[in-house]
Design a protein around this ligand. Sequence first.
Ligand code: 5AD
Ligand code: SF4
Length: 481
Amino acid sequence: MGNSDNANVNDLEAAKQLDIINQLRIRFDQEFEKTGKRRTYHIETFGCQMNSRDSEKISGILKQIGYEETDSEKADLVLYNTCTVRENANNRVFGRLGYLGKLKKSNPGMLIALCGCMMQEDIVVDKLKKSYRFVDIIFGTHNIFKFAELLQTRLESDRMVIDLWKDTDMIVENLPNDRKYPFKAGVNIMFGCNNYCSYCIVPYVRGRERSRNPQDILEEIRTLAADGVVEIMLLGQNVNSYGKNLETPMTFAGLLIEIEKIEGIERIRFMTSHPKDLSDELIEVMAKSKKICKHLHLPVQSGSSRLLKLMNRRYTKESYLELVRKIRAAVPDISLTTDIIVGFPGETEEDFLETMEVVKQVGYDSAFTFIYSKRTGTPAAAMENQVPEAAAMERFDRLLKEVQQSSARSAGKDVHTVQKVLVEEVNTQDPSLLTGRLSNNLLVHFPGDMGLIGKIIDVSLEESKGFYYMGKISPAATITG
Ligand code: 5AD
Ligand code: SF4
């Protein structure tokens, strides 16, 4: 199918889903007239920002149908949007499902739905079918747009509804959406991943890489800007390879240039970047941009070139360090963060020390550190020399110390300067304070009026507290947004 045929199929699908949403709306409005009560839902999201974004879409559908959100699991519909990137994420879901099953016994009308990456694994679904019969709806990462239809099917029958797709080309646009914040929003620019890092299950559960059309992305961002959004986060497993599979190919840097032109958008963030695809063109665009935030998440995973090869990362320690050098030369005040795995099969003490060395050399502002988790079906799971857990834990502790030292060294470097801050919320600990985010992603707390939430203002950073600042609104504050 060509791209335009795809567009037709996708539009028809969107129309069909909107029709089902309307039918359900009528049904629940009638129910509300009779009972005076709206049905409630609760969504629990595990994992990454992709999942958070997907949950907003599901939430949008439910609100449009007439459900009301609640923060308790004692709801008419409870949905878990799951993650499977590491084994313990799966265990957590099964643990909590036991509790949900008990809740359902005392509230038989309750519906339980499961979706997300974990559902794309056959072993998980087999286990659910066998031992968790109380689950009502199971769907995956490729058919979220069908949620209203699946709910309708469940309401009309008593059976477990399972709809799982192995992969898809479909990108269904213009369905409902429920944003968590009025002033900032995540925007998917691509789905899936083609990189097949040898430890990673994502390409198997999120499917082949496919990019959204630039027109659709730009239109969505223009609508968001018109709706008061000032900061956007562009989302993809590997944003640097954006646009390669489009009918008219476009680079990620090219897309950023177009987004920069949209009036009202003040800040642009993106994640995740794969070092192998981060181009000189992108570095140039970042250096020139007035809107792209001074923060880059650049997962290194390991500092050993030998291990990077086994991980199928397609860069070396040297090329990664060279990339960091180029980025720092072009954007001197950029904050760099990363992901690191310890205990990958065959990791020796020497390999590990190279990772420690890279952490020292780069001086990350922060890093997410993970103990390697064996994911069935990935090449690394079948590798020999799996590292014993005790050794991995011991390295993990050493790495964590190194990372903490590295972030302590970079923390506080902007103290006594005035910075632009997006005011995000009233401080959760002290309601006389507001909490805002700097371009480099660090937080600052300062006294102020909650009317400033959603605005970008100048804040003077008075004191560094390590991973955040205390500040005060700069007298010459310019207020935008
Ligand atoms: N074990 C441990 N960490 C993993 N990640 C991905 N797969 C695994 C795994 N099998 C980490 C990587 C990735 C982050 C999102 O999760 O560091 O960048
Ligand atoms: Fe997983 Fe690698 Fe794809 Fe990231 S780039 S999602 S680590 S396969």
